[in-house]
Design a protein around this ligand. Sequence first.
Ligand code: AMP
Ligand code: TRP
Length: 352
Amino acid sequence: MTDQAPPVAPGAYTGPSRVLSGVQPSGALHLGNYLGALVKFTRLQHEIDTFIFVADLHAITVWQDPAALAQQTREIAAAYIASGLDPDKATIFPQSAVREHAELAWIFQCVARLGWLDRMTQFKEKSGKHKERSSVGLYTYPVLQAADILVYKATHVPVGEDQKQHLELTRDIAGKFNHDFGIPGGAPVFFPQPEPLIQGPGARVMSLRDGSAKMSKSDPSDYSRINLTDTADDIAAKVRKARTDPEPLPETIEELAARAEADNLVGIFAALSGQTKAQVLAEYAGKGFGTFKPALAELAVEKLAPVGEKMRGLLGDPAVLDAILAKGAEKARETAAPTLAEVKKLVGFWGA
Ligand code: AMP
Ligand code: TRP
């Protein structure tokens, strides 16, 4: 048997547009998460039916302290709401509270091919030199991600650039499922092929210490990232200490491309101010970092410090967060359960 994705079943998906995304509760959130994911969620909730979850099933693919996991889940929910997600508009829930994710993931494990998973670069990065010591879940992680998305028949997935390959796998799984189990006779295809929403200057925020490395919660240096819970003083200090070069900012994006650190700071400025990088350069071309960094620090404090404040406020009343999560899980199940029931029928399970 070949490991190539088979051709997509004929016919177009005709269901409604739906947005879905999630973030793992496995460490403090940083500016990359905020710009690559959180702010996009809040924009989309006004346009499309939006499901945003806390990916706790994914988090345990690496060790998580059981005494801390529920609180980490609340922290992500608090970050969502503090960034502007409205629980009355978007459905916010913990992944583990909707069992349909895990159940569909098993069926998808039987649809996805080993060859497809062998190509996943995130597994290679996360497992490092000791692949044989990684959990099996870390390897099948992208299959669960496909189930997260498709159990809601989501059509659009806002994520940072690092998730692009997982979205391609999701599309391959949807295509193969439609091909292998689709409703015969040319009826509309069962699963959509979801589109990643990645564009914009915040899609790949780099480390403040090294313009060639992604801003990441696993970087040992706290100065490499701005955490959502950093104080105004921390944020300003981190921008001030960010690595740069001695040149003034150039006129064009092309000239910026060869200067990773400068490019990153201009990208962050653009994303935080809702501008393009070209617009930022139009204002700062010819100016040095002595001028640009204080402006960026001020902007970052203005945008991020209130998010941290609001998070702390929400975490002060866990009962409110828990009620939001419980209600979200109930609402999510209303969409996920019918999809899973249909899938079980298509696969041919007894009693389905
Ligand atoms: P994670 O922290 O890996 O669970 O990522 C949560 C979300 O943030 C995903 O949509 C990622 O693509 C996004 N993300 C993580 N790091 C970055 C980064 N440095 N730049 C942009 N987006 C990011
Ligand atoms: N893998 C994503 C990350 O690390 C988190 C995630 C899990 C996700 N399931 C998802 C994102 C479904 C979008 C859609 O960031």
